[in-house]
Design a protein around this ligand. Structure first.
Ligand SMILES: C[S@@+](CC[C@H](N)C(=O)[O-])C[C@H]1O[C@@H](n2cnc3c(N)ncnc32)[C@H](O)[C@@H]1O
Length: 454
């Protein structure tokens, strides 16, 4: 993973541990804030802590959230309505900007400790956005940049002629860059927790910024986890971090931010994870592309572009044809091949409707189901997938070797991050190809054994 040390909003911010404690929170005496060599600041245990111990407890008034009932927020609420659901971080970001601008804000000790800048791609220079080389991510980055520029105009329009007492940001100017700062501060640090109960009894999922808790860095093998519970005396909600395992002296406290692919880690958090088991690449399900892949794999007369009506029906069940179709499919990650793509290939490379109809869709979608439509079909499917991987790899303008040598030459900052990101995408494809080739070999050895036995 790659990330440099981010300067804080002010040069010498107040001690966050003292602030949390003073506000009635609890911080385990063995926990310190310390600089991690590549993850920025983090929390560290300076002595052993047993499993199950409370590490941090925040009372109800410390988390920063967007309070929809608060009448002083009417203008913020109005602005928040312009934010699409997927950019929810911008909504809480508006509240963060408001508190950042407010003189004497309760949260200033927290806000002043936030990083001054973020390594997310919306702040990359154009050259490094291009350096990402992967169209689905470029699309997301461009979408976010465009949103911020449009939203800047909307905010400016809403604030024009407001007297300072009515101005939600204390009269301070808000532009795409400060909006981007706030959105990134939230996306990289907020946790989605249960909010109040709705009348129907269902808890609403509310993003909150959790001071101090958000100093924990990420690991897929965390030693701590967040627990939300009611304080037994005040009956109010409190948020805790609890030791998930025994923690040794000098161990960092690590939370799992989620089993996310590198697109989310880069877009929202500004880092990428090497050998991320959840990383994958996205492809468009496209008949012509699959015909090309199949032909390259030596499969005779593939008919992806012109499926038979019974095949078309199954494609519709897989949401790969018809009005409600979703043509985005993925390769890599835990499943190696998305089940819908696998099933589609198995079905379209089979000429026997009867054989296909013997199996349910779940079997056809599963790579662990061994050659459900026969060894010849499975081999053609796997070879087509491998050829698809080769095509996908060919779409990247540079090769892994080129990228590695650029890193060795000392690419820095956003250039390094962009190269790291695209190398990892290419490794996802290479790993998928390896795994698929292993399966082809296994099938052919089984076939040889069977024919030898026969
Ligand atoms: C919730 S904050 C954690 C505290 C943060 N390190 C700081 O300096 O304030 C999340 C940020 O920490 C960094 N980070 C966390 N886990 C990381 C990891 N495994 N690898 C690289 N950077 C990480 C990233 O910059 C990320 O956006």
């Amino acid at each position: 993973a790659s990330s440099s040390y981010p300067a804080r909003l002010v040069p010498h911010p107040p001690d966050l541990i003292k602030w949390v404690t003073r506000e009635g929170g609890f911080v385990h005496p063995a926990i310190k804030i310390a600089l991690h060599p590549s993850h920025g600041l983090g929390l560290l245990a300076n002595q052993q802590i047993p499993k199950g111990s409370d590490l941090i407890v925040l009372p109800d008034h410390i988390p920063l959230r967007f309070n929809h009932q608060d009448a002083t927020h009417s203008l913020l609420l109005q602005l928040a309505r312009h934010v699409p659901e997927e950019l929810w971080a911008m909504r809480l970001g508006l509240k963060l900007l408001q508190e950042r601008a407010k003189v004497g804000s309760f949260w200033w000790p927290y806000i002043s400790n936030l990083p001054e800048t973020y390594t997310v791609p919306i702040f990359f220079p154009g050259e490094d956005i291009k350096n990402l080389q992967y169209a689905p991510l470029l699309h997301q980055v461009n979408k976010r940049c465009r949103f911020l520029l449009d939203f800047e105009q909307e905010v400016k329009h809403a604030l024009v002629n407001l007297t300072p007492d009515k101005h939600p940001f204390g009269g301070q100017e808000v532009d795409a860059s400060s909006l981007g700062w706030a959105m990134s501060a939230v996306s990289s640090r907020a946790f989605r927790l249960y909010g109040d109960k709705r009348p129907d009894g269902i808890h609403i999922d509310i993003p909150m910024m959790l001071p101090l808790i958000d100093m924990c860095n990420h690991s897929f093998n965390p030693n701590a986890r967040i627990v939300q519970e009611k304080d037994s005396s005040s009956k109010k909600m409190q948020v805790k971090v609890v030791a998930e395992t025994a923690i040794k002296e000098d161990d960092p406290l690590l939370l799992n931010y989620g089993c996310l692919n590198n697109d989310f880690f880069l877009l929202d958090y500004g880092f990428v994870i090497q050998s991320n088991p959840y990383d994958c690449i996205e492809l468009k399900y496209d008949g012509a592309l699959l015909d090309a892949a199949s032909s390259a794999a030596g499969v005779s007369s593939p008919n992806f572009s012109a499926p038979a009506p019974w095949q078309e029906q199954i494609l519709a069940q897989l949401n790969l044809a018809g009005e409600a179709s979703d043509l985005k499919v993925s390769i890599g990650g835990e499943d190696v091949v998305e089940g819908r793509l696998l099933a589609a290939l198995r079905v379209l490379l089979s000429s026997s409707m009867e054989t296909v109809q013997k199996h349910d869709l779940n079997t056809l979608k599963s790579l662990s189901a061994e050659a459900p439509l026969g060894v010849a079909n499975e081999t053609a499917v796997l070879r087509t997938l491998i050829a698809l991987c080769v095509i996908a790899l060919g779409h990247f303008p540079t090769k892994i070797m080129d990228d590695e040598s650029l890193l060795k030459q000392g690419a820095l900052g956003s250039t390094e991050l962009a190269i790291q990101y695209r190398i990892q995408k290419k490794y996802v494809i290479v790993d998928a190809m390896r795994s698929l080739s292993r399966r082809v070999k296994l099938l052919s050895s089984k076939e040889t054994t069977v024919s030898a036995e026969g």
